[in-house]
Design a binder for this molecule. Structure first.
Ligand code: NAD
Length: 352
């Protein structure tokens, strides 16, 4: 099996070194090949997504991605900026399904903005459609209306096939977990999401082993704060998913802990921490590499057919947290503060 490692900029290379160590410990047979992307791609080839990097991503079974971006590139023309490399990669590879787990490690319950007894044990997977909806629908724009007033307009649009393919990802993910799927829409007001509910319900007939429920998005936003543990897998559109996944991830208290996946129609995917390149701490050896390691675990589970390998990495992370080892971003009184490399050492030791 071949994995492309695109470390990117800022803390990307630092955390990716540790993620590769952990991955190689669990699966020494996987061939890891690195290539530049983002600012590093621009430096190497004048392009945030060099042709050779794209070719490597295409021919690999999965992609492990660090982070891109640095203020020094902010004055470049838009097409050459690091973030464009990531957006083009998603588009070129047809990565339409975004999987964002919001898992609270019990040892970090104190870091959440909610009371520990509300969030303890929280383990949610949000499946967000990534290439459709009001973000891409036409027509869109700004114009002067008949009253001579400026107005803005966007179009919420989903085809049946787009809904079906993301719903299928939701059902399949639920099958790998505790077989509960909550579809979030606004079917009482928006025709687009009325169709969403119909199509998801129809597809549900093919998954009699998965308990399907539906919830309006305003209620879902409230329930995530009231009782997040009621959810297992949530499937929703691009706009609602954007907002709900950020809300859910904040409940876990730390950006340095959360992985994500973006999948294509065949289950091939790109796996990355949800955080950015953190230029403020880059090069200091203090970045938290756990989100990158947990991204590698997701890759084993969702693209490389190795759920046992994924479990091993996740358990090792849990053990290290239980030992009281913390990077600066998740540090609290009584814990031992360690750096990026030492966190890598600890997880590798916990694996062996
Ligand atoms: P950021 O996620 O990089 O950083 C936000 C804050 O969280 C910073 O204080 C940072 O030090 C901290 N942080 C982030 N990851 C951490 C980790 N692993 N360990 C410890 N602390 C961590 O977001 P930002 O500051 O808004 O953006 C910085 C750059 O990253 C920008 O150029 C932005 O465009 C880019 N960005 C890239 C991605 C991506 O590659 N997927 C995502 C978001 C932002």
């Amino acid at each position: 099996m071949k994995v492309a490692v695109l470390a990117g900029d800022g803390i990307g290379p630092e955390i990716m070194v540790q993620a590769q160590r952990v991955l190689s410990q669990v699966r020494p047979d996987i061939e890891l090949t690195s290539a530049p992307v983002g600012g590093a791609g621009y430096e190497a080839a004048g392009d945030p997504l060099p042709a050779a990097t794209l070719a490597l991503a295409r021919e690999s079974d999965a992609i492990l991605f660090g982070a891109v971006g640095h203020p020094r590139y902010d004055t470049l023309e838009r097409a050459l900026r690091p973030e464009q490399g990531l957006l083009r990669l998603r588009k070129e590879l047809g990565l339409f399904a975004n999987l964002r787990p919001a898992t609270l490690f019990d040892e970090l319950a104190g870091a959440s903005t909610l009371r520990p007894e509300v969030v303890a044990g929280m383990d949610i997977l949000i499946v967000r459609e990534l290439t459709g909806d009001i973000y891409f629908g036409q027509p869109r724009g700004q114009r002067v209306n008949e009253q001579g007033e400026r107005e803005g307009f966007n179009t919420m649009r989903y085809s049946e096939s787009e809904i079906r393919r993301i719903a299928r990802v939701g059902f399949e993910a639920a099958r790998k977990r505790s077989r509960r799927l909550c579809s979030v829409d606004k079917a009482n007001v928006l025709e687009t999401t009325e169709l969403w509910r119909q199509v998801v319900t129809e597809l549900g007939a093919q998954y009699p082993d998965v308990a399907l429920s539906h919830m309006y998005v305003d209620n879902a936003a409230m329930q995530l704060l009231r009782n997040p543990r009621q959810f297992d897998v949530i499937v929703t559109g691009n706009l609602f998913g954007d907002i709900l996944s950020d809300e859910a991830s904040m409940l876990t208290g730390s950006i340095g802990m959360l992985p994500s996946a973006s999948l294509d129609a065949n289950g091939k995917g790109m796996y990355e921490p949800i955080h950015g390149s953190a230029p403020d701490i880059a090069g200091q050896g203090v970045a938290n590499p756990l989100a990158a390691m947990l991204s590698a675990a997701m890759m084993l589970r969702y693209s490389l057919g190795d759920p046992a390998g994924a479990d091993r990495i996740e358990s090792a992370v849990r053990r290290v947290l239980a030992q009281g080892l913390r990077t600066a971003d998740i540090h609290e009184a009584g814990a031992t503060r360690i750096g990026t490399q030492a966190m890598g050492d600890a997880v590798v030791a916990a694996l062996s």
